[in-house]
Design a protein around this ligand. Structure first.
Ligand code: BTN
Length: 245
């Protein structure tokens, strides 16, 4: 379903899910007036400057594997950008897509309760042009237009994204699928291992060296206090000179 304007495609998919919408319901909006990001942030969504997309999933997998749905979305968005726009991306845990170390795509997966059972709304925001950025994002964000040097083809990106989501999400339901997804995610992420990072989660800040991810997508971090398993937070790269472990 397509809309000119919505507060948030994630909120609209969640609303329809509670009314009984089926898995696969997908919504795209030209603009969002109250786009939401991870960790209660807002997601700047001016008209035509980004792809604002959400899809409803009703996964038939063990709940402890559900965090891998964000990995599935990151892999699919990475495929779509490479296939349609020749933009190569890196993944910053858990699911930010970076191009040349700047954010080009964000993913917000939200579990919701519906009368038909627990479901997940996966929202994907891809920066198509730099018009998407408020002042504070200049320098930390990039766009398909900037990275490809071409006019972004929103429909082609959307079609490729849908096809890639079907591929990766189907794999998640297969035996050994989760392991393959984690392995592919790790091979596409320069943050997965041997990277000095700082993880911020609310007031809690921890520094360490990444040591891969668990089967459910949690990040292993070697800190001065020992190995920690991180399930939520914001990762930033730290220069070796100021690491404190
Ligand atoms: C993040 O990196 O913080 C996640 C950003 C997710 C933005 C997308 S845009 C489409 C969907 N609708 C929303 O309100 N948010 C997601």
């Amino acid at each position: 379903m397509r809309y000119e304007s919505l507060p948030s495609t994630n909120s609209e998919v969640a609303r329809l899910a509670v009314e009984g919408a089926e898995e696969g319901l997908a919504i795209v909006a030209d603009e969002q007036t109250a786009g939401r990001g991870r960790l209660r942030r807002s997601w700047s969504s001016p008209k035509g400057a980004g792809l604002y997309f959400s899809i409803l999933l009703r996964p038939a997998i063990a709940v402890d594997r559900w965090p891998l749905i964000t990995f599935v979305a990151a892999l699919a968005a990475g495929d779509a950008l490479l296939e349609t726009s020749e933009v190569r991306t890196d993944i910053k845990w858990p699911n930010d897509l970076l191009a040349n170390e700047r954010k080009i795509c964000g993913i917000l997966a939200e579990a919701i309760e519906t009368p038909a059972g627990r479901a997940v709304v996966v929202g994907i925001g891809i920066n198509l042009t730099n018009n998407a950025f408020p002042q504070e994002l200049l320098g930390v964000a990039t766009s398909v237009a900037q990275e490809s040097g071409r006019r972004p083809e929103r429909e082609a990106i959307l079609n490729a994204l849908l096809a890639a989501l079907v591929r990766w999400y189907s794999l998640l339901h297969e035996p050994e699928g989760a392991e393959k997804i984690v392995a592919t995610w790790a091979s596409r992420s320069s943050y997965a291992s041997e990277r000095l990072v700082q993880v911020t989660n609310g007031a809690e800040i921890v520094q360490g060296i990444t040591r891969g991810v668990e089967n459910d997508g949690a990040l292993r971090l070697e800190t001065a206090q020992g190995l920690q398993v991180i399930r939520a937070g914001d990762v930033t790269s730290v220069r070796p000179a100021i690491i404190n472990i």
